[in-house]
Design a protein around this ligand. Structure first.
Ligand code: BEZ
Ligand code: FE
Length: 289
């Protein structure tokens, strides 16, 4: 291996693996090295630039904790998380979107028609719909793991004022595949921008805002779960989402409703007095094969 050159190092790397290397590991690492080497050759990467890159990674490592993962955020703002989602999306099913770092394990159960907003004030929003499979069969007993920001733009894990379950819920669909809950309309918010990822955004003149959204992980027996988000169609950041999470089928109209006009078939246990917003969003899950 003494004749390594800038032109053959990619092939030399690919050939320097043992015979019994797992084939997928070999494929992924060979391709990664090819793209990294091409990147350095194409940009004529300098020592200073490469050192800056390493310092960036080191900072991302230092700032990463159980509550904040700067590498996930880097993947999000670079569009890689969304690209991986889209590569594996199934056209007949609801589009997937970024998970983000604010999901919690064991969210508290919420009955159909119940209220997720507790004492919080804001635009009251009724969210309802049906979970179907791709044959349009309603899925009874499907679960929706739901989370969102409080009206101050913070998730529970970012905010000492909220307990960890605040604005998190787990709902199970009824015999007709239906779900419904009241909440307050989530607000736009910024992803953490006081670390290395924030510097990348600054360097390219990008802001850290995301359009307002509700997060869901929707699952049913015999189907693939979908991790997704629902956005209102009037959000100013819809076309500037800093993590590229918006998909056409996830953008919905939040319709203003007159006081007291509730949809049939629901006992709303939340306090809904006066006007409110309503969004109807159906999920389509693809069967496991
Ligand atoms: C979120 O939507 O919660 C989120 C997604 C990606 C990065 C940061 C936050
Ligand atoms: Fe979010």
């Amino acid at each position: 291996m003494r004749n390594v050159t800038k032109d053959n190092i990619t092939d030399v790397f690919a050939g320097y693996m043992s015979e019994d290397t797992d084939p997928r590991t070999k494929e992924v690492l060979t391709s990664l090295a090819k793209h990294l080497h091409d990147f350095a050759r194409e940009t004529n990467l300098t020592h200073d630039e490469w050192r800056k890159g390493l310092e960036f990674m080191e900072w991302a490592g230092r700032i990463t904790s159980p509550e904040r993962n700067e590498f996930v955020l880097l993947s999000d703002v670079m569009g890689l998380s969304s690209l991986v989602d889209m590569i594996h999306s199934v056209p007949e099913a609801t589009s997937s979107s970024v998970l983000g770092p604010f999901h919690v394990s064991n969210p508290p159960p919420l009955a159909i028609g119940a209220d997720m907003k507790r004492h919080y004030e804001g635009d009251v929003l009724l969210v309802e719909g049906v979970v179907y499979d791709t044959d349009k069969k309603p899925l009874a007993g499907a679960t929706l793991d739901i989370w969102q920001t409080a009206p101050n733009g913070l998730y529970s894990s970012q905010d000492e004022e909220q307990d960890i379950s605040s604005f998190h819920a787990l709902m199970t669909t009824d015999e007709n595949g239906r779900y419904a809950f009241t909440t307050v309309k989530p607000v736009e918010y910024t992803v953490p921008s006081d670390g290395p990822v924030g510097q990348i955004l600054d360097a390219v003149g990008r802001h850290p805002w995301r359009p307002s959204h509700l997060h869901f992980i929707t699952s049913a027996k015999g189907c693939k779960s979908v991790v997704t988000e629902v956005f209102p169609d009037d959000d100013p950041y819809l076309d500037q989402d800093t993590v590229f999470g918006v998909r056409e089928d996830l953008v919905m109209s939040y319709e203003r409703q007159a006081a007291g006009s509730f949809p049939d078939g629901f006992e709303l246990s939340g306090k809904v007095s006066g006007e409110y917003l309503r969004v109807e969003f159906d999920f389509v899950l693809v069967k496991d094969d």
